[in-house]
Design a protein around this ligand. Structure first.
Ligand code: NAD
Length: 356
């Protein structure tokens, strides 16, 4: 119902967005009151960590370049010892969700401010959510003290993101916007951000596929990812994110690619039970034509992606396992969780069939 009561909780932190603005980093660090920071990155992004270090000069007192997917706690412990030994008063996390996850894990353990410089479209920098892995088990928690202190988006830092990763990461971001539109605690402000974010990413991704160095498309993609990241942080996600979490966690499937495979099927599952959200989604998709599932299928055709969970390495017997886990922990979703229909959803995503 369009006239449902709603609540909008705003969070207060600085977001600086632009192209070629990494040079503003020292003044942002100063605004946070930091005089000695630890710079974080993955082993693949030591080059950008070095650039950040040289821009910060004497303020960057230590660098840790071993951030890893799913924030393993043994890596966090190592970084924590280094942070303590070098007496830092702040953290600068430059990279994708893996590096930002490590920054959050350190920040929540030490209360040090975490300034994030995202280089993918995953959106972790906008959320008070932290997923950590210990002995192969991933647990996720949500708390205001996980939220970064400030975020600097520099479009230039996304230019090196390979096309395939850009597309997968961009659709991962679109999925945040999609589920925000039918969130149980959704609100009109977040709906605006979701629609604008989805539109911006849908314009950007096909252009990036033609030319990964397209400045304008890179700008639009990062802008859309920011807005969709806000949606992820602000309202509760439903079936799509829970399924992807289950598939990623229990079957060890890659994060962004799993989102790509599941999204059209999750939308098809929920479509009959969320007509208002689906109308908004269809209007945000370039070829939505009143039907969001057709719109997503058309986007995938334009991007030349034909994803299946099977091609990501999921075994066929994972279908029942995923359906069982998906119904075992109930959560709010527009359409009730029905074991048979969910199994069919996962089977179709597994086989790479077109959603309908
Ligand atoms: P990622 O951070 O693991 O990055 C993937 C690879 O790409 C890494 O090797 C990285 O160094 C490299 N890379 C990143 N940016 C690059 C660039 N601009 N150019 C070249 N290479 C680049 O991937 P991701 O998809 O950003 O993050 C996934 C992780 O983040 C998962 O663990 C996921 O669970 C987590 N995540 C958490 C949240 C949250 O709110 N807590 C939200 C989204 C994702």
């Amino acid at each position: 119902n369009e006239q449902n009561p709603f609540e909008y909780v705003s969070t207060s932190y600085r977001v600086t967005f632009g192209k070629g603005i990494l040079s503003q980093l020292p003044s942002l660090v100063e605004k946070l009151g930091c005089k000695a920071v630890l710079v974080l990155s993955t082993p693949e992004q030591t080059g950008i960590a070095e650039r950040v270090t040289s821009i910060l000069g004497a303020t960057a007192v230590s660098t840790f370049t071993q951030a890893a997917m799913h924030t393993p706690t043994h890596v966090t412990e190592k970084a924590l010892s280094q942070a303590k030994a070098s007496g830092v008063d702040g953290i600068v996390s430059v990279g994708g969700g893996s590096t930002i996850g490590l920054g959050k894990a350190l920040s929540v353990r030490t209360a040090l401010p975490n300034l994030c410089i995202p280089t993918t479209y995953a959106g972790s920098e906008m959320t008070p959510i932290l997923g950590e892995t210990e002995n192969g088990r991933k647990t996720t928690r949500r708390s205001p003290d996980i939220l970064p202190a400030a975020v600097l988006y520099d479009v230039d830092l996304t230019m090196t993101l390979p096309v395939k990763m850009s597309v997968n990461s961009g659709i991962n971001a679109i999925a945040h916007g999609v589920e925000a539109l039918y969130a149980s605690n959704g609100n009109p402000i977040i709906d605006l951000m979701a629609c604008e974010g989805i539109k911006s990413l849908c314009e950007a991704l096909p252009a990036l596929q033609l030319d990964s160095g397209d400045d304008d498309a890179r700008y639009k993609a990062l802008y859309g990812a920011w807005l969709c990241g806000m949606c992820l942080g602000a309202v509760d996600m439903a079936l799509h994110h829970k399924l992807c979490h289950t598939l990623g966690g229990s079957l060890n499937l890659p994060h962004a690619e799993t989102h790509v495979s599941v999204l059209p099927h999750a939308v098809a599952y929920n479509a009959p039970s969320a007509p208002l959200a689906m109308a908004k989604l269809a209007a945000a998709l370039p070829d939505g034509d009143g039907d969001p599932v057709r719109g997503i299928n058309a986007l995938y055709r334009r991007l030349g992606i034909d994803p299946s969970l099977k091609s990501l390495g999921m075994p066929e017997d994972g279908i029942d396992k995923a359906a069982d886990i998906a119904v075992s922990n109930p959560y709010k979703n527009p359409r009730p969780l029905e074991r048979g229909a969910l199994r069919e959803l996962v089977r179709r995503a597994w086989a790479g069939e077109q959603a309908s």
